[in-house]
Design a protein around this ligand. Sequence first.
Ligand SMILES: [Zn+2]
Length: 356
Amino acid sequence: MARRLLGRLAYGSRYDRIPSSQRVYVRPGERLIREAQWRRLIRRAPVMSLAEYQRLRPLKDIEEFLSCMMCGESRQQPLFEPGANGWSYHVVRCPACGFLYRNPGIRPERLGDLYASGYNTFLTGRYAANRQRRYELTMEAFSPVFDEGKERRLLDFGSGVGLFLELAERRGFDAFGVDLSPESVVQANERLDSARAFYGAPEDVPEIAAGGFDVITLWSVLAHLPRPLEDFGRFRSLLAPGGLLLILTVNAHSTQLKAYGSGWSGFTKNHLMFYSSVTVRTLLRRTGFAGVAFAPHYGDTVEAGTTRLSGPMVSRLRRNVELSDGGNMMRVLAFADEEAIGRWGGGPLTVHRLNG
Ligand SMILES: [Zn+2]
């Protein structure tokens, strides 16, 4: 309420009709204000030992206390408590490397408890169309890498009901998927022609465990992984020489997170870890990837050209996203080795090397 009042005082009603997901990028001066607020929040939040932190929080039987998985730091900086309709959790920041994660986290063997049955039933109709448009915009952002499949071997990890596999087979990829929901796998295979979805973990499915993938995709999966280092080590070993890993996930540098705090849209019920362009590099470096490139995310409507914002507003939004690395999603292309960088690293992509 106070925050809304302040916004009204500073900006009047001129920006009221702009969706909140775009407002923070188009109001003059807001980017700098939010960044200053963020720095103040980090400065003021207490830093405590893991033992102190554990005394603060009751532990449910599906939960576990964590240290930072990116750098090993055990100290905790409690920042947020997102929640709605009967769920809530705590988000801490690693005072050493800045990684944001849910702590207590969920014990990996109890992850299933988080996903109510019927999780996949709404993944159709307009939702499906919006999802597929988002996948296409992301592939476009890394063009020409995903323009044509040319029978390259692709694995979609967490393939759900096959919405991406459908696009991948249409583009000519030799596409496979894995998912931990048996109902989703059945639905996916009904949808698909040449591509195939499998139930289980990659190492349990012979067709997947054989490896040799040219591309692995993680669509809104990264934030759900309770043991990211193990998973990424496995992804790296499943990639062929010259292989690529494509990631779409929520961005922990998002200006929306800085503005809305615990109310940020990225703090969904089942998310566990929140990466930025800094911390995702640590994850990739530690699991043997050679390079990484990023594509800023301006929001689906701006990228698809369906936004109602005026031309000058769109320019301002794009500029503020770029200057702050503050888009709400992060799009990451990881290169397995030098061969991958040599083959795909040209053109408009800036490749950051991860070794040394
Ligand atoms: Zn850390």
